[in-house]
Write a protein that binds this ligand. Structure first.
Ligand code: GDP
Length: 194
C-alpha cells in the first residue's frame, strides 16, 4: 500500500464510541514498550503519529486512525505495564474481548512480540482470542536489530513453542533498519483485499 494520508479519527473504550462506517480495520496489539508505536510509525512513514501510552494511571484507549480511504488502523492499548493501577488493568480484558469479538469490519490483528522476550500470558491470551473469534493474526517480531542471527533463531523457537506457531507465521521487523516493512505491508494488504 502507498500511504498518502493518515488521520487520527477518535479514541474509544466501548462499541458505542467506535467510529461508524464500513472501512475494513487492522488492529495493532502488544505489551507496553514492545515497539508498537515505532512499528506503526514506520509503516505509515510518520515520525510521531502514534505515541507510547504507557503512562501509569492513564485510561487505556482504543485509538482509530484512517489510512487513505483504504482502511482504519487501530492502536489497541499496550498491556503488561507493571505500574498501571489494578483498576485500569482490569479494564483491559473486557475491553479487548469486546472489541475483538464484536467489531464486524475487523480483518486482522498485528500481534507484536519482542525478539528478546518470551511471550507473556497476555500475549497468549491475545492469540487465544484471535483464534476463538476467527480473526487472522499477523505475528510481527520486532527489535530484530538487537540480536544476532543465532539468537534470532533460538528466540524464534521459544516463541513458536510458547504460542503454537509455525515458522511461516513469523514476520521479522526492525524499526531501526526497517527490515520487514514490505513483508508486513504485504500481509496487511492480503487481509484487506476483497
Ligand atoms: P510501544 O510502547 O509498544 O509503543 O513501544 P515504542 O514504539 O514506544 O518503543 C519502545 C522503545 O523501544 C523505544 O525506546 C523505541 O525506540 C525502542 N524500539 C522500538 N522498536 C525498536 C526496534 O525495532 N529496534 C530498536 N533497537 N529499538 C526499538
Amino acid at each position: 500500500m502507498i500511504v498518502k494520508q493518515t488521520e487520527f479519527i477518535k479514541s474509544a473504550t466501548k462499541p458505542s464510541h467506535y467510529p461508524e462506517g464500513s472501512l475494513p480495520e487492522i488492529a495493532f496489539a502488544g505489551r507496553s514498550n514492545v515497539g508498537k508505536s515505532s512499528l506503526v510509525n514506520v509503516l505509515v512513514n510518520r515520525k510521531n503519529l502514534v505515541r507510547t501510552s504507557s503512562t501509569p494511571g492513564r485510561t487505556q484507549l482504543i485509538n482509530f486512525f484512517q489510512v487513505n480511504d483504504d482502511f482504519m488502523l487501530v492502536d489497541l492499548p499496550g498491556y503488561g505495564y507493571a505500574k498501571v493501577p489494578l483498576a485500569v488493568k482490569k479494564e483491559w480484558r473486557p475491553m479487548m474481548e469486546t472489541y475483538l469479538s464484536k467489531r464486524r469490519n475487523l480483518r486482522g490483528v498485528v500481534l507484536i512480540l519482542d525478539i528478546r522476550r518470551t511471550p507473556t500470558e497476555e500475549d497468549q491470551q491475545m492469540l487465544a482470542w484471535l483464534r476463538a473469534f476467527s480473526v487472522p493474526p499477523i505475528i510481527v517480531i520486532t527489535k530484530c536489530d538487537k540480536v544476532s542471527k543465532n539468537e534470532r533463531a533460538k528466540q524464534s523457537s521459544v516463541i513458536m513453542e510458547k504460542l503454537q506457531l509455525k515458522k511461516e507465521d513469523l514476520n521479522y521487523f526492525s524499526a531501526l533498519s526497517r527490515e520487514g516493512k514490505d513483508a508486513v505491508w504485504a500481509r496487511i494488504d492480503a487481509l484487506l483485499a476483497p
